[in-house]
Design a protein around this ligand. Structure first.
Ligand code: ZN
Ligand code: ZN
Length: 406
């Protein structure tokens, strides 16, 4: 893997922050104290004047229709508004959602508008900030996950659950973009992105940037249910599916000292699950193993991207246990009332996490050295990478080196 240290250097010149201020920023605390008066970037020579005046060009990789490979495309990004941050994208993770969306596989509930620029695990260097921005200054490293906006006034928004915004959060790609210049938002398979500062996550100094990118979707998606269902040390948790989300779920649950079992359909991943810290790993096709594990788990986190028969997994829950589906959008299969009623079991859903919680998982992982296992690819390798994700042939997340975009 590349040496990422050159991406984590401190800003130079008059804008250099004190070491304490940087540590404070990294810990996600008291950001407004760092730059009193909200004059972030004011003393910094504006590097990017076109961005300040109007929409400006950016380069991207896009799908132009459901069955076409992704290819290079020139797009426009909006002018940097007073509360906006412009990131020069360094890395972008490849999520299974990117494939679903690029190939219009979610037509039923989220039809794709083409061209579609996927990518919602974005890490970039701050290249410009609006005059009201207080959270970032030029040279900082920021992250953009699955959302770039929400109403900020409804109950969920005011309770730090922007992902559940009653008016609909603006997702990072393929969502109607009230700011323009395009009709829909364009994601991180691009060299630049503009987002309002509230939706940009601070990335602590010293983080391995490529391996941190996947925390912005895969990490928060698995962290949030552990927080909500209060997974504690010693509890038994099962992770269903060992891919981009699943391997982070294992690491995050192990960090809580939970007792982790992995369910996989790939015999080749059984050993890997143990390497990642799981106590046990079973093939979910092994009916005997599934029977042996009946009434075992406090929490099951299902990361499989498609519906599958859930009955055997509901049986594996302890009385009062919960199976949280974070991956499958279709009608769920194999869940009967009696299975839930008899031992007060729940089947629940969870989607990413709010912005504060996303900052929390980033800081939590930075403090504990938790990152994704990544395979770095060049932008032109994206179509091959999509095919390999579908074939479950990646350990465990592709990350695009966006600085290599030609
Ligand atoms: Zn994702
Ligand atoms: Zn809202």
């Amino acid at each position: 893997m590349d040496d990422h240290n050159h991406h984590t250097g401190q800003p130079r010149g008059p804008e250099r922050m004190s070491r304490r201020a940087i540590l404070t920023a990294g810990a996600g605390l008291a950001a407004t104290q760092i730059i009193p008066g909200g004059t972030a970037g004011a003393q910094e020579p504006k590097k990017d004047p076109p961005a300040a005046k109007g929409p400006f060009p950016a380069r991207a990789y896009a799908a132009t229709k459901a069955d076409a490979p992704l290819g290079p495309l020139k797009i426009e990004r909006r002018a940097v508004g007073p509360h906006d941050v412009l990131l020069d994208v360094l890395y972008c993770g490849v999520c299974h959602s990117d494939i679903h969306q690029a190939r219009d596989e979610w037509a039923e509930w989220g039809p794709t508008t083409y061209p579609c620029v996927p990518g919602h695990e974005i890490i970039g260097r701050v290249a410009a900030v609006g005059e009201k921005v207080t959270k970032f200054k030029v040279g900082d490293v920021g992250g953009v996950g699955c959302m770039v906006d929400s109403c900020r006034t409804c109950d969920p928004c005011r309770s730090d659950r922007e992902q559940n915004c009653e008016k609909g959060a603006t997702f990072t790609y393929n969502a109607p973009d009230k700011h323009g210049p395009a009709k829909v938002t364009y994601g991180g398979y691009s060299d630049k992105i503009v987002a309002t500062e509230h939706f940009v996550i601070r990335i602590p100094p010293g983080a391995d940037l490529a391996a941190t990118a996947p925390l912005l979707c895969a990490g928060i998606t698995t962290f949030s249910p552990m927080q909500h269902w209060k997974l504690k040390g010693g509890q038994k948790v099962g992770v269903i599916g060992l891919g981009g989300l699943g391997h982070l779920a294992v690491k995050l649950a192990v960090a809580r000292k939970a007792d982790v079992t992995v369910f996989t359909t790939s015999p080749g991943k059984v050993k890997d699950a143990v390497r990642l810290g799981a106590k046990d790993a079973v093939l979910s096709t092994d009916a005997d193993a599934m029977k042996r594990l009946a009434n075992t788990f406090d929490l099951l986190i299902s990361t499989a991207p498609k519906a599958y028969p859930m009955g055997p997994f509901v049986n594996a829950l302890k009385a009062g246990g919960t199976l949280v589906n974070v991956g499958a959008m279709e009608e769920l299969k194999g869940v009967t009332g009696i299975n839930l009623i008899y031992a007060r079991k729940s089947v629940a859903g969870s989607m990413i996490g709010g912005i504060a919680e996303t900052q929390e998982v980033i800081d939590y992982c930075a403090a504990r050295g938790i990152t994704a296992d990544v395979e770095l690819i060049a932008p032109e390798d994206i179509n091959k990478a999509f095919d390999r994700v579908v074939k479950k042939d990646v350990r465990y997340r592709f990350v695009i080196d966006m600085a290599k975009l030609k």
